[in-house]
Design a binder for this molecule. Sequence first.
Ligand code: PLP
Length: 418
Amino acid sequence: MTTQTGANRLKTDPSILNSEAEPERPPLSTRVLARRVDEVPRSGIRRFFDIMATMTDVISLGVGEPDFDTPEQVIEAGRHSLAARRTHYASNYGTIELRRALAHHLERLYDVRYDPTEEILITIGASEALDVACRATLDPGDEVILHEPSYVSYRPCVIFAGGVPVGVNTSIDDDFALDPAKLEAAITPRTKALLLNYPCNPTGAVLPHDVQDEIARIAVRHDLLVYSDEIYDRLVYGGYEMRSMAALPGMRRRTVLMGGFSKAYAMTGWRIGYICAPSEILEGILKIHQYVIMSAPTVAQDAALEALKSSESDVRWMLSHYDRRRQLLVEGFNRIGLRTSEPKGAFYVFPEITSTGLTSDEFAEQLLRQESVAVVPGSAFGQAGEGHVRCCYATSEAELREALVRIERFVKRRGGDV
Ligand code: PLP
């Protein structure tokens, strides 16, 4: 017979469990949460929003969303949708009108053709697109190569799906473009997929066409699946011509193209995104979406349809503002002595802050507390982001000018290279 002692007895003797003295145990999170969830750290961005919430008069270059409101006719389409009592579930795939319009839009812009009846899925933002795409395609232990610094959700999404993220560093010296040789060196027999995000959050980088071609050739040579998050496709500057990854030779059949309405159409709160992929792949992705989400909100899909139909001039108008602000920040940061490469996409600049002697976390926290300017530490986007901070310029020019004044004062106090 065995006698119960120590931890075993604590677990099973209710009188001891209910007594005042709490037995020593691992923290609740470790006991309750799945290991893959417990192991993912909290987003590095959230801490700064918590600090910001306690402050007033903060200029925020932190949040990655347009300062513009959704174009008026798109809001009107939403109102109209509700007035017409379109308050029911849509098809799991999304409304056929939106899928048809999207197919037409992608063909017109990038010469990629998707069948709206079985190759396009409307999702709850690009966020859901990324999640369901990973979960539908990754088996435990599958490696996914991603360029870093990268969007905060990529590593967690791959891990939640059972995959293993493998980072390939990019740097300011290469304008944050993924180096094909480094990519190829990171491929192993376990590599299943490549996750690309150009134009890139947080760096604003785009891929030079010759580099993009080479990456496509590598994907074909190694038979990789490519998740291409092109949510910033419409936000490109300085004459850069956006090409969809799916349009390159050999790529359509291996690409899961993801995008959304949040950025270009200033529709973050409507939560509409999409996935385009060959039907055999999309079928699998649809299974998860169908059981977990059912369908994206009908009213938001109706608004997104209007965005595609009538908002080209709004997109161009917002783009011209972003472009001016982009130039203002690139020039401003370089003048202050914080080296910044010229981002050709998205709405972020990613200046180097090593001359201040601070880590990116220290820089962001001290700048926020001392000068009430919120930026995001580069380390939030992976170790390759250390030594930089991300500044979103989707805010008014007046605020950006004031932010530069405050940042310059902060850097001068630090005795940086001014
Ligand atoms: N992908 C990237 C690279 C992003 O920067 C974001 C949002 O910041 C998303 C996806 C999520 O976008 P959505 O609002 O469509 O979910």
